[in-house]
Design a protein around this ligand. Structure first.
Ligand SMILES: NC(=O)C1=CN([C@@H]2O[C@H](COP(=O)(O)OP(=O)(O)OC[C@H]3O[C@@H](n4cnc5c(N)ncnc54)[C@H](OP(=O)(O)O)[C@@H]3O)[C@@H](O)[C@H]2O)C=CC1
Ligand SMILES: CC(C)CCC[C@@H](C)[C@H]1CC[C@H]2C3=C(CC[C@]12C)[C@@]1(C)CCC(=O)[C@@H](C)[C@@H]1CC3
Length: 336
């Protein structure tokens, strides 16, 4: 029996590195499905994977997690292609229009908070969010709600008697309770939609475990650390890629003080790989698994308790269900 793995946002960065690492561990026992928004980049990713692993089974799926209709039709297609799903990696994510607070950064450099600032980006980053054509906040829709809907639609493939499945979220150490508001789950009012969406994914993972463990579905969250990808390059748009490359020795040096500077997508995928090898029943639903890299370049995974509680996770789940039903109703009305 082969293991069926679906990865969202698999055409670049951490998602693509995860696919490479999974295939280098076991080419023949895997059926990989790359669920991507940009199909041109998805084709390129598939070609690159097949060049390194010519016998691999790598399929593509069109999926835009920010769009309810795209998620529903992608899930329909998955149900036609597969009769079960063993791993669902919810990795697609955006941090649009980041605003880097240079003053706060330099102030932070000379404060006792400097390590936390480098590990979490706390206090130095905000974003300007947009609204999707379906009326949702873009960051919320992309990072959280589309994935929630995908799990709900794929329930028959994920919940099987006598078989377990794992849902694994690429969250972040930038997820802060202070950025999240239960009365404004889409973050219409603040300027930290990224942090809010990641905190919401931590809460949702807990709620999923409460609901679905009995049906064999287990959910976990990871943080890949600070990884150089298109997402992080956009934080300093004035810095060309070459400048980042020149800064690498400095970044490697900072790694001696904070092992959260994983820097490469390969290293960032460490906790995603570690979870692949775990029996899901042994995992703690209230911890986040962090990819870490030591000063000497060794990768490892560390579990750290999250600042989440059951009551808030249940309240968020109820709100997501309500939003799902409202949006599906709107979609049906449109189709009539
Ligand atoms: N880099 C870092 O330091 C950290 C990253 N993370 C998280 O890691 C995850 C991967 O990001 P990373 O690899 O860094 O960045 P990348 O920008 O390289 O990857 C993001 C991926 O998400 C996809 N994506 C974006 N929007 C959508 C959408 N609407 N529908 C489907 N796919 C979409 C992108 O595809 P497309 O080609 O279509 O744009 C791309 O494949 C994200 O969730 C991010 O929040 C967490 C902590 C730190
Ligand atoms: C010496 C360097 C030129 C300084 C770089 C400063 C900042 C641009 C980075 C320092 C810590 C980084 C960071 C992130 C973005 C870039 C920094 C602020 C994240 C917020 C990216 C997204 C995440 O999910 C977090 C885990 C990252 C935390 C660290």
């Amino acid at each position: 029996m082969t293991t069926v793995v679906l990865v969202t946002g698999a055409n670049s960065g951490i998602g693509l590195a995860l696919c490479e690492r999974l295939l280098s561990q076991d080419v023949d026992g895997l059926q990989l499905c790359l669920a991507c928004r940009n199909m041109r980049r998805a084709q390129a990713a598939r070609c690159a994977l097949l060049t390194s692993f010519p016998t691999a089974q790598v399929a593509l799926l069109q999926l835009d997690t920010s769009s309810v209709s795209s998620v529903i039709s992608a899930a329909r297609e998955v149900k036609v292609r597969y009769n079960r799903l063993d791993y669902l990696y919810l990795n697609a994510g955006i941090m649009p229009n980041p605003q880097f607070d240079v003053k706060a950064f330099f102030k932070g450099l000379f404060s006792s908070n400097v390590i936390t600032m480098f590990a979490t980006g706390e206090g130095i980053l905000t974003q300007k969010d947009d609204v999707t054509s379906e009326g949702l906040r873009e960051v919320f829709a992309t990072n959280l709600f589309g994935h929630f809907l995908l799990i709900r639609e794929l329930e028959p493939l994920l919940c099987h008697e006598a078989l377990t499945s794992q849902v694994i979220w690429t969250s972040s150490s930038n997820a802060h309770r202070s950025a999240f508001n239960l009365e404004d789950i889409q973050h219409f009012r603040g300027n930290q939609p990224y942090s809010s969406s990641k905190y919401a994914s931590d809460l949702l993972s807990l709620a999923l475990n409460t609901r679905y463990n009995k049906q064999g579905l287990y959910s976990s969250v990871i943080c890949p650390g600070f990884v150089m990808t298109s997402l992080t390059y956009s934080v300093l748009p004035a810095f060309p890629a070459l400048l980042w490359t020149l800064l690498m020795p400095l970044l490697w040096f900072i790694r001696f003080f904070t092992n959260t500077f994983t820097l490469t997508p390969y290293n960032g995928a460490e906790a995603l790989m570690w979870l692949f090898g775990q029996s899901p029943e042994s995992l703690d639903p209230k911890v986040k698994y962090h990819s870490l890299t030591s000063g000497l370049g060794n990768n490892y995974t560390q579990a750290r308790k999250m600042d989440i509680d059951l009551e808030t996770s249940e309240a968020l789940y109820a709100k997501l269900l309500q939003l799902e039903s409202d949006l599906k109703m709107k979609l049906e009305e449109k189709q009539i």
